[in-house]
Design a protein around this ligand. Structure first.
Ligand SMILES: [Zn+2]
Length: 95
């Protein structure tokens, strides 16, 4: 049985502007068991940006520059620059 989905108009909690929650998005959200969005895509994006900024600021405050450098050296792989590529390749090969 297929539930008939229709494009929904939702008012954004942040900017109070209406945005369309399309059929496609609805089925995607349903399949992922996500809650219905309360904010328009723009506000969701900007909120994410703010979160990131806050996190970066937090990291900077907690870890002084000299310490981050040393920790990064001891934690990261011996090949600087290519390590992200190598790790993603590894993951693919394992499967
Ligand atoms: Zn909004």
């Amino acid at each position: 049985m297929v539930t008939e989905l229709v494009d929904k108009e939702i008012f954004c909690q942040d900017c109070k502007e209406p945005f369309v929650f399309s059929k496609g998005e609805q089925s995607f959200f349903l399949s992922k068991n996500f809650a219905v969005p309360k904010r328009c895509p723009d506000c969701r994006k900007s909120r994410r940006k703010v979160d990131r900024k806050k996190r970066n600021q937090f990291l900077k405050e907690v870890a002084p520059e000299g310490v981050t450098d040393e920790t990064a050296k001891s934690v990261s792989s011996p090949a600087p620059g290519s390590y992200s590529e190598a790790s993603s390749n590894e993951e693919e090969e394992k499967t």
